[in-house]
Ligand binder design. Structure first.
Ligand SMILES: *[C@@H]1O[C@H](CO)[C@@H](O)[C@H](O)[C@H]1NC(C)=O
Ligand SMILES: *[C@@H]1O[C@H](CO)[C@@H](O)[C@H](O)[C@H]1NC(C)=O
Ligand SMILES: *[C@@H]1O[C@H](CO)[C@@H](O)[C@H](O)[C@H]1NC(C)=O
Ligand SMILES: *[C@@H]1O[C@H](CO)[C@@H](O)[C@H](O)[C@H]1NC(C)=O
Ligand SMILES: *[C@@H]1O[C@H](CO)[C@@H](O)[C@H](O)[C@H]1NC(C)=O
Ligand SMILES: *[C@@H]1O[C@H](CO)[C@@H](O)[C@H](O)[C@H]1NC(C)=O
Length: 273
């Protein structure tokens, strides 16, 4: 009796993985996808199928009936939702897709911040959020995604410093934060080649007004040097001083002439006693 029950339990345990991939939907993936479809407005109806009410499981083994999703062992491992006119902000619950290896939300109209919670996607290798309207800082938590090898954030409205921690991502082979509103120094760990890590050239950092340092070229000498600007300031100050001096002199002279004339008239009009 007891041994039979044990056998049964063992068999069930052995068979469980075979079924879980095909039938039961992973609750984390469900949370992730539900929040994604709720957070984004979707004018092209690409995410129509993405709600817990319309799917039983987002994954059937390695395939998914969700456009843009790819599965592996019954878990979402790739989301490719580029150029679908998606609006809204990236939900922090995307971090519930814990097996995600590739996240591509590029060329949409996404706004708001990059959720720091993405740092808990420990398998993430590709993060492409380029060509959106994302704002706020680049979350330093991304350094927790140790397998990251593509970070493409170009053409957004990201501001603040580039987190120097990102230089610790040893697998990083593509990094692009060009055309944002980033400022401050480029971390040496991203700009300078150290040991045998491939690091990134100016095209990764271009188009950020406040960003400086190697590999960006030194700031262009504006046509006017500091001394010239001081000179012009002093010069124009002197000229305006001179002009007001002349105006005052002319005015005084005119007044003087008037009073001279007036005096003349008065003396003429003065009756002689
Ligand atoms: C939604 O799912 C159905 C099958 O259930 C599929 O035929 C259709 O192509 C899917 N739509 C999208 C936009 O993925
Ligand atoms: C984006 O999608 C539109 C249609 O919705 C298409 O015309 C355009 O070529 C696509 N762009 C890219 C870069 O794929
Ligand atoms: C899902 O993600 C949210 C936001 O990151 C988090 O607060 C929540 O704990 C996660 N849920 C599970 C079951 O991991
Ligand atoms: C990110 O996506 C854009 C647009 O879809 C694409 O052009 C670019 O090559 C991608 N970046 C990387 C590093 O693959
Ligand atoms: C980076 O390398 C450049 C050229 O090799 C050098 O001029 C610069 O000082 C280095 N910067 C840092 C912070 O190491
Ligand atoms: C900068 O690096 C990219 C690849 O990361 C490469 O395609 C491009 O040619 C490089 N530009 C220069 C000026 O070296």
């Amino acid at each position: 009796m007891g041994s039979r029950a044990h056998l049964f339990a063992a068999a069930a345990l052995l068979l469980l993985p075979l079924f879980s991939g095909a039938a039961a939907s992973d609750p984390n993936d469900e949370l992730c996808l539900t929040h994604l479809s709720q957070s984004l407005s979707d004018p092209l109806k690409s995410l129509q199928n993405w709600s817990a009410t319309t799917f039983t499981s987002p994954c059937e083994g390695s395939t998914s009936f969700l456009g843009g999703a790819t599965c592996n062992n019954g878990r979402i491992y790739k989301l490719s939702l580029s150029n679908l006119s998606l609006k809204g902000s990236i939900p922090p619950h995307l971090s519930n897709c814990t097996n995600l290896q590739s996240l591509d939300l590029s060329s949409n109209a996404l706004s708001g911040p990059i959720p720091p919670e993405l740092g808990s996607l420990l398998n993430l290798a590709v993060l492409n959020l380029s060509s959106n309207a994302l704002s706020g800082p680049i979350p330093p938590q991304l350094v927790l995604c140790a397998y990251l090898n593509v970070v493409d954030l170009h053409e957004n409205r990201l501001s603040g410093l580039i987190p120097p921690q990102l230089g610790l991502l040893v697998r990083l082979s593509a990094f692009d934060v060009s055309s944002n509103r980033l400022s401050g120094p480029i971390p040496a760990t991203l700009g300078n080649r150290t040991e045998n890590l491939a690091r990134f050239n100016a095209s990764s950092f271009d188009g950020n007004k406040g960003l400086y340092g190697y590999p960006l070229p030194p700031p262009k000498k504006s046509g006017l040097s500091g001394l010239a600007i001081i000179g012009i300031g002093l010069g124009s100050g002197l000229v305006s001083l001179l002009l007001s001096f002349i105006v005052v002199c002319v005015w005084l002279r005119v007044m003087e002439q008037r009073s001279e004339n007036g005096e003349g008239k008065i003396t003429q009009l003065m009756p002689d006693y």
